[in-house]
Design a protein around this ligand. Structure first.
Ligand code: AMP
Ligand code: MG
Length: 428
């Protein structure tokens, strides 16, 4: 008596990103982050990630080692028509399956090419995209010519997806919902992220310690990781739960506990970035914000206007880099600049009040600082930034000392300025 083997549960996955550009200095593999998110959502863990250049020997070697010990291998990139696209051939070699031209795919490629109305006939190398390893199932690519492929390999599964993110994403979503979910354990990995400002990582870590222990002892346990960058701390919570809803409810409680301990320094518990949180707060109160930016060079306004709908609260901002600009555009008195220096709380206040009244806004920000690497003095080292926030009844100012290079100082200054607005609106 022979019984058909039940399909194995897909629990562990490896990802191979293919492309020599991913080994250079300007391009990073972002596809694997999206693939991971989709796999995690159906309860598949990613246990290793690999990046391989467009080289047949390297690729077969990496594919073999990535495939060992996982249930699912997802390979992205290198499915195009050109000679450097070797994924199909390398996978066929590793799985020992001959490649054959798929007549339906040839048809489809020809029709797709014809629909573009080009006068030259389809280059023959396009037909490489119609080659399918024996037993391979074609996955439709609605946004490009390179189809994806699915192959069962014993108890394992191998998936090939095209590299361009706009092609890969819808295919990966479809794959997760249609093919992977029924084969996965159903234990979802639920995640939640809290964003925190104005504290050091060590403070947060210490404050949360009792909660870590409680979360680790929960059933199922909640994992917590802190990621600190300059200007922002992220607390990542995750739980593996047979019920996505119950997992989410556990993280909802854990989030409330963390907020209870950390307080108003938590600015986001739902994935929103600081500029979105500030924008939502301004928008819901019907307030306008104007910024006078010196050392940030417009970064605060740029971040605010990254958010769709920002025209509801951003009307005028002024980049006043030179002292003369601070005087002529914002009305900062020359005497004030001479007495205190451009990087000072009095000047930040005058900038904030100047832009507020000139823009006719409810709130005015003034930001002036030394981004470096030059320009520091013993009293005002590189990273010194004065920030003021003017409202109808008062102007508050603070001086910060940020670490890091020019870009980091600018980012932290923009973060501190937006955070001042957030805290002001909270307190109202
Ligand atoms: P390919 O499928 O190798 O022809 O990939 C085409 C393009 O997709 C590349 O030029 C990249 O811009 C992009 N791409 C490929 N792999 C990745 C990846 N892992 N992450 C982000 N973009 C990628
Ligand atoms: Mg490529």
């Amino acid at each position: 008596v022979t019984a058909a083997a039940a399909p194995s549960v897909l629990a562990k996955a490896a990802i191979v990103a293919v492309g020599s550009e991913l080994l250079e200095t300007t391009k990073v593999d972002t596809n694997s982050l999206f693939i991971t998110e989709q796999l995690n959502a159906v309860g598949i863990d990613v246990v290793s990630k690999h990046v391989a250049g467009d080289d047949r020997a390297v690729l077969t070697h990496v594919l073999r080692s990535a495939l060992a010990g996982v249930d699912l291998l997802v390979v992205c990139g290198g499915l195009g028509p050109t000679d450097d696209d070797l994924t199909r051939e390398a996978v066929a070699e590793v799985l020992a399956r001959p490649l054959a031209e798929d007549a339906a795919l040839v048809d489809q490629l020809k029709r797709r090419y014809a629909s573009r109305g080009l006068s030259v006939p389809m280059p023959l190398n396009n037909l490489r995209q119609a080659m399918v390893p024996a037993g391979g199932v074609v996955l439709d690519n609605p946004n490009g010519s390179a189809p994806g492929l699915w192959m069962d390999h014993g108890a394992q599964a191998v998936v090939l997806l095209p590299g361009p993110p706009r092609e890969l994403k819808p295919m990966m979503r479809e794959l997760a919902g249609a093919r992977l979910r029924p084969r996965a354990s159903g234990v979802a990995i639920v995640r939640r992220m809290l964003r925190i400002s104005g504290r050091f990582e060590s403070h947060i870590d210490q404050a949360l310690h009792p909660l870590y222990e409680e979360w680790a002892a929960a059933s199922p346990p909640i994992a917590a990781t802190i990621l600190a960058t300059l200007g922002q701390i992220e607390l990542h919570l995750s739980v593996r739960h047979a019920s996505r809803e119950q997992g989410a409810a556990m993280l909802e409680r854990a989030t409330a506990q963390a907020v209870g301990v950390i307080g108003e320094d938590v600015f986001s518990t739902d994935g929103r970035r600081l500029e979105e949180v500030v924008g939502d707060a301004l928008s819901s109160r019907g307030l306008w914000l104007a910024a006078a930016e010196s050392c940030t060079g417009g970064l605060v306004t740029s971040r605010l206007t990254d958010v769709a709908g920002s025209s509801r609260y951003v009307g005028t901002s002024i980049v006043a880099y030179a002292n003369e600009a601070k005087t002529s555009l914002l009305g900062v008195p020359e005497a004030l600049l001479a007495a205190h220096g451009a990087v000072s709380e009095p000047v930040a206040r005058a900038m904030a009040e100047g832009v507020r009244s000139r823009a006719g806004a409810d709130l005015g920000l003034g930001i002036t600082g030394i981004a470096g690497p030059g320009g520091g003095t013993p009293e005002k080292p590189v990273g010194t930034v004065a920030i003021a926030l003017a409202s109808s009844d008062r102007t508050d100012a603070r001086t910060f000392r940020f670490f890091g290079d020019r870009e980091l100082v600018k980012f932290q200054a923009s973060q501190a300025a937006l955070d001042m607005v957030r805290r002001h609106l909270r307190a109202e």
